[in-house]
Design a protein around this ligand. Structure first.
Ligand SMILES: Nc1nc2c(ncn2[C@@H]2O[C@H](COP(=O)(O)OP(=O)(O)O)[C@@H](O)[C@H]2O)c(=O)[nH]1
Ligand SMILES: [Mg+2]
Ligand SMILES: [Zn+2]
Length: 292
């Protein structure tokens, strides 16, 4: 039996890399079973084709979900590179959702502020750095992908990294800068999305050197967090974590309970209101789950 790595998926078809070759495989299951980053046991059929026999245990799995369904994004990751830019339409909820998803799956995030060449990027970058790096402690890299991505490289070295971000922020441009052979179509996916005919999201894994891999993942406009447990949500906010356990009620959800250290910290601006509102909205959505 050969062990391979899933590097690309479309529908129920997967490209699996094993022993220096790429194989096409099809899964018989109705539901999508595998995701980019999965390690699988393979039965090789011929030089181009193989059959997936089983899945090796995942060390982590990033996925998103809403009321109706959840979707796996990638597995066995070392780093989530969250790309943001002042244009087009920066959405702070998307950034917060990505960070919570990273925290919940136990994968380190790094925030890339792209398009620093745009004049309006300066104020934007300063605001992001003040809150997310200085207050919350997240790693941030600022760059202009159309010019140079070299300051991101040290973060990627020796890791399997996933690029995520709203469409148009420059993920494909970054991929092409770092790995020109990828030749990812810049600006293409957004066009498809707007026309509504491109509904599947295909992540693709590129080996950028012997021990580093980069996964480009187009088409994420929102990042549902329906899989999060309400009772654990606060732990995924680094500004809340050190305060947990100090509220009057030990099952405090930090919404409207009396003597809550979190809402108190918000009142005294020790916790950013914008982040707390995001937390509160997340909890209200999670409360609509059946088991609460
Ligand atoms: N000004 C500027 N534009 C950029 C930069 N990086 C990417 N873009 C442009 O942003 C658009 C979307 O880029 P793309 O890589 O396709 O974004 P994706 O949807 O995240 O993959 C393209 O027109 C790029 O040329 C940058 O650093 N500065
Ligand atoms: Mg793209
Ligand atoms: Zn509380």
């Amino acid at each position: 039996m050969t062990i391979g790595l899933i590097t690309c998926s479309f529908g129920r078809q997967y490209i699996v890399h094993a022993e220096g070759s790429d194989y096409q495989t099809v899964s018989r299951a109705k539901k999508t079973e595998y995701v980019v980053g999965d390690e699988v046991e393979l039965q090789i059929i011929n030089a181009e084709q193989a059959q997936i026999m089983s899945l090796l245990p995942r060390r982590n799995l990033l996925y998103r979900s809403d009321q109706n369904r959840s979707k796996m994004i990638a597995s066995n990751l070392d780093l989530i590179v969250i790309v943001i830019a002042v244009k087009p339409n920066f959405n702070v909820n998307f950034l917060n959702s990505c960070l919570v998803a990273a925290e919940a799956s136990g994968i380190d995030p790094v925030i890339v502020i792209n398009k620093t060449d745009l004049p309006e990027s300066n104020d934007f970058a300063n605001r992001i750095i003040t809150l997310y790096q200085e207050k919350l402690g997240y790693q941030i890299v600022s760059l202009s992908a159309t010019t140079d991505c070299s300051n991101l490289l040290p973060y990627l070295s020796g890791k399997r990294s996933l690029l995520i971000g709203q469409s148009g922020v420059g993920k494909s441009t970054i991929t092409n800068q770092i790995y020109p052979q990828a030749n990812t179509r810049v600006g293409e996916i957004a066009k498809y999305e707007n026309s509504g005919c491109h509904t599947t999201t295909n992540a693709t894994l590129y080996k950028i050197d012997h021990h580093s891999e980069l996964i480009d993942c187009p088409g994420l406009q929102e990042f549902g967090l329906f899989h999060i447990e309400l009772s654990e949500a606060a732990e995924y906010f680094p500004e809340m974590r050190p305060l947990l356990g100090q509220c009057k009620f030990n099952n405090c959800q930090h919404l409207d309970e009396p003597k809550c250290i979190i809402t108190d910290a918000v009142k005294h601006s020790r916790i950013e209101e914008q982040r707390y509102i995001f937390y509160k909205n997340l909890c209200l959505r999670l409360k609509t789950k059946k088991n609460y």
